[in-house]
Ligand binder design. Structure first.
Ligand SMILES: Nc1ncnc2c1ncn2[C@@H]1O[C@H](COP(=O)(O)OP(=O)(O)O)[C@@H](O)[C@H]1O
Ligand SMILES: [Mg+2]
Length: 284
């Protein structure tokens, strides 16, 4: 019988509402599946026909260890090189160079002249998840000080204009499985102005189902196709988080190919779509 593992992390598997839905969908499709912790040294990863990375939300402070683990798993989705590429947000630069419109970003800004034109700024480490160590500032001096603290700790940064549409229409996340669009959601704003950043990932997010526009779906498909060209692999799962820029045109905020929540409780077909993509992957 085919066996697959959904890889999570000890502190987070009970906080991930996708996991029970994935276990159930796999069972419906006749697949044996279970949750395993990526850093559990007693797990025989080569005993699985496929290991799917899910809520490994503790990888940021342990990135080298996590990437080393991805290289030891014989059949991993998304694959190790995709995850190495995607866990550092400098991948956005490569996508931008390949023609994808991204949120305007200044990399490791140190001086006022490095800041993008904006009313408020968001500063985040290039290696970050769950909006940890990410903050929104109304004063250039605060944005620069936050960036310098991160840089002094050896963490390259990104500084972006705060996208006001996040407060009104929210972010739109689109899920694609096997490169095909599945469903979308709306995420409410997470950052309050001039608040010190949290050091832990945020688990309480304001999520609602959303019907994506044709334009958003086409945008997400083209982002994933571009990433597939760069990494040489169509990802089993991808989440494309988009916002309208100041000009109203769509911009990429983040392409999640590592540990995105799928928000399967907001769709009746999403979990089966993941398992269909898993079955396709097993056929290859
Ligand atoms: N430029 C921005 N404008 C508005 N909100 C932002 C911006 N950058 C980040 N945020 C907020 O911070 C959250 C986390 O940032 P994101 O780039 O998605 O990284 P991650 O989810 O990996 O921590 C976003 O979901 C959004 O709420
Ligand atoms: Mg995000």
């Amino acid at each position: 019988m085919t066996r697959i593992a959904w890889a999570s992390a000890a502190p987070f598997d009970t906080a991930d509402p996708d996991l029970p839905l994935l276990l159930e969908a796999a069972r419906r499709a006749g697949l044996e599946s279970e949750v395993a912790h990526w850093d559990d040294t007693t797990v025989a990863w080569d005993a699985y026909d496929l290991v799917v990375v899910r809520s490994c939300w503790d990888y940021v402070p342990r990135r080298e260890e996590f990437l080393a683990w991805t290289r030891t798993v014989p059949r991993l989705a998304n694959n190790a090189s995709t995850i190495a590429w995607n866990t550092d947000k400098t991948y956005l630069r490569e996508l931008e160079n390949a023609g994808v419109p991204i949120v305007t970003t200044s990399w490791s800004a140190q001086e006022g002249s490095d800041l993008p034109e904006a009313r408020q700024w968001v500063v985040k480490p290039t290696i970050s998840a769950g909006s940890a160590d990410t903050a929104r500032w109304s004063e250039p001096a605060q944005a620069l000080a936050h960036g310098r603290r991160l840089l002094a700790a050896g963490r390259p940064t990104m500084t972006q204009p705060y996208i006001d549409a996040v407060d009104s229409e929210g972010e739109t996340g689109l899920l694609l499985f096997g490169g095909a669009y599945s469903h979308a959601f709306r995420k409410g704003a997470l950052l309050t102005t001039d608040d010190e950043p949290r050091s832990e990932p945020e688990l309480e997010e304001d999520i609602r189902a959303r019907t994506a526009s044709h334009e958003q779906v086409a945008f997400a498909e083209s982002v994933v196709a571009t990433a597939a060209r760069i990494t040489g692999n169509t990802p089993l799962y991808a989440r494309v988080d988009v916002v309208p820029g100041p000009d109203g045109e769509l911009r990429l905020m983040e392409l999640e190919l590592t540990e995105p929540s799928f928000f399967l409780e907001h769709t009746s077909t999403g979990a089966d779509a993941v398992v269909a993509a898993v079955l396709d992957e097993l056929q290859r």
